[in-house]
Design a protein around this ligand. Structure first.
Ligand code: MN
Ligand code: MN
Length: 312
């Protein structure tokens, strides 16, 4: 291997791209496009996730190639590059931002690449789904403390607590092929939980997660999403804040990093047509560990995208 190749040179060198992949703004020819959405205008409480992509890029320099369970090297299997961050035409106009995000991901989709994204708050997932799931509703694996199926809040339907309600209502996600994992925490109203249940989504609260154990949760998730295309969305607040304190809406009593890795590894073979890691908020993450967890989960997701049977 070329001694200047990213996987060979010292990992602390050069500009930080996601997992030290090449930076390539044009997605043409890529199979997976690593993208950043540095935006947190959809938060309902603590901001900071706009700084997520840069810190995840930085911590992702620790990621290596060969996965210790799957024994594959996704960087050899896939043509993958960092396509940079979404640029915003009117950054203080939330709905204009959503349109900019959609246009950015539509370009990736049109090039035939699958996106793997670092947010940003969870509101960014709706325009990504608008860009890549209009032709056919997709299945959803959603790790989060929150169902993110709430309705209008303070005059908008497009905050970070609502993307999956909008996605179901817009026909982007098939609720019968959607599973939400790790749900917990008190709420002001139970509208979101009821929407998820009544629309047919499979909601696995943290108590059921613990009672079932990870292997049975994997089996249930695989049953729900089946063989069709699936989008995987990973909110780091699904984990316990002992592991990911740097997030806007922490909820104690969550999933461990080990359980999350086991869960994602157990999904090998599902048809991942896109994925994201959201809600890493570096201002609340002085150790940098939340960004490292985010980068590690992106690597797990990249391995799923590179796995046998996955679309190439
Ligand atoms: Mn969320
Ligand atoms: Mn959440």
């Amino acid at each position: 291997m070329d001694s200047h190749a990213p996987q060979h040179s010292p990992r602390y060198m050069e500009l930080a791209t996601f997992m030290r992949t090449p930076w390539q703004a044009d997605p043409a020819g890529l199979q997976v496009a690593l993208a950043g959405v540095p935006y947190d205008g959809g938060v309902t409480c603590r901001p900071g996730a706009r700084h997520g992509p840069r810190e995840i890029r930085n911590q992702s320099t620790l990621v290596r190639g060969i996965h210790h369970v799957h024994r594959i090297n996704p960087f050899e299997r896939l043509n993958v590059a960092d396509v940079g961050d979404v640029r915003f035409s009117r950054i203080f106009d939330h709905e204009a931002v959503l349109a900019d995000i959609e246009a950015f991901f539509a370009r990736i989709h049109a090039a035939g690449a699958r996106p793997l994204t670092a947010g940003g708050d969870h509101s960014i997932t709706l325009p990504i789904l608008r860009a890549i799931a209009r032709q056919q509703p997709v299945g959803l694996v959603h790790v989060d403390a929150h169902t993110d199926t709430w309705g209008e809040w303070n005059g908008s339907r497009f905050h970070h607590g609502a993307p999956f309600r909008c996605a179901v209502e817009e026909g982007l996600v098939d609720p019968r092929r959607a599973v939400q994992i790790g749900i917990r925490g008190g709420q002001m109203i139970d509208d979101g939980w009821r929407f998820s249940r009544d629309s047919g989504m499979r909601v696995i609260f943290i108590e059921e997660f613990t009672a079932l154990g990870v292997p049975a949760v994997i089996a249930e998730a695989r049953r729900v999403v089946g063989d069709g295309p699936v989008y995987v969305t990973f909110d780091v607040d699904g984990l316990d804040p002992a592991y990911t304190p740097g997030t806007g809406t922490p909820e104690v009593g969550g999933i461990t990093t080990r359980e999350a890795q086991q869960l994602l590894q157990g999904l090998m073979g599902i048809q991942v047509m896109g994925a994201d890691v959201v809600e890493v908020s570096p201002p609340f993450d002085p150790s940098g560990n939340t960004a490292l967890v985010g980068a590690t989960m992106m690597y797990e997701l990249l391995c799923l995208m590179a796995g046998e049977g996955a679309p190439r």
